[in-house]
Design a protein around this ligand. Sequence first.
Ligand code: NDP
Ligand code: ZN
Length: 351
Amino acid sequence: MKGFAMLGIGKIGWIDKDAPKPGPLDAIVRPLAIAPCTSDVHTVWEGAIGERTDMILGHEAVGEVVEVGALVKDFKPGDKVIVPAITPDWNSVEAQAGYSMHSGGMLAGWKFSNFKDGVFAEFFHVNDADGNLALIPEGIEPAEASMLSDMVPTGLHGVELADVQFGDTVAVIGIGPVGLMAVAGAALRGASHIYAVGSRKVCVDAAIKYGATDIVNYREGDLVEQILDKTHGKGVDKVIIAGGNVDALGQAVRLVKPGGRIGNVNYYGSGESLCIPRVEWGCGMAHKIIAGGLMPGGRLRMEKLATLVTTGRLDLRPLITHRFNGFDHIEEALMLMKDKPRDLIKPVVIM
Ligand code: NDP
Ligand code: ZN
């Protein structure tokens, strides 16, 4: 089969591989819609997770089941499914401890385009099919449904990590597709003010649609100063980091009030360490909590998040700015994600 792969750090291209076979609990899926992710960009061009050779890229997909293992109970060939970017081993001790995304080791629930071939292929392998697949509900088209695989669960996890409560003031650093879902999630959780940090007009317009009350353009001055000005020097109750550069964590510490929480879903692709400003962190005593996490995957999560779409609480259409038809356009879509033209939020390739 054909797949679009990371050949090595900084190198991409088409390769041929044998089609995968299912183990007893697994499924083989043919993609219906796939999306490249900023994480693919960190992985390939920053070498963020180290060297990978001839590894098929991609972890965001919906597809059609073509084969299942003998012990799979709930899915059969022909089913149209959402495939989460993170596919934990549900019988692992880490999953039993409540951190399924680290099943088998730190970040090891993230298998596609990390520890095994990803979804940019004619066929791909899904471990623990009953635990990880979810049927695409009626009324959600494949391109939209592909946003449920990573953008929705990651943005909403930022909200969970920051523990946004009714009436909280919230800053969201970065309003690409992940940050936009964090804005939407903070609004769903009852935030009062949402300060959305970004510069591209298309993202700013979407952020307002999703519930941002204030826009902060980080290119027009220090984002911390701008938000402190808007909050009369008080800062915010919660910060969600969904973009920005290596300074984002320090900015969040400066922004959040004592007792506040920072939820980080940003993937820091380079640099040895991240800095915490000593004084603004209360010399270690400010009760400013930092929580950073990989999105939770799995079937229940996908089924629940899909209901936000079917009930009309979350509209995913504004996220998709570029649609391509046909597998051959994967490279073009990935390069858009790398180059981030100003009219881009998220590209999707539909088969
Ligand atoms: P995008 O690149 O599309 O968006 C990044 C955002 O950050 C944009 O709004 C951009 O603004 C803004 N930004 C860029 N530079 C700065 C800066 N110096 N200061 C403040 N803001 C800045 O990213 P995605 O939404 O696709 O992904 C966000 C992050 O989430 C990535 O690191 C990705 O790898 C990670 N991720 C993490 C996952 C997880 O499970 N934890 C899963 C999926 C993704 P502008 O408008 O100027 O472009
Ligand atoms: Zn992703």
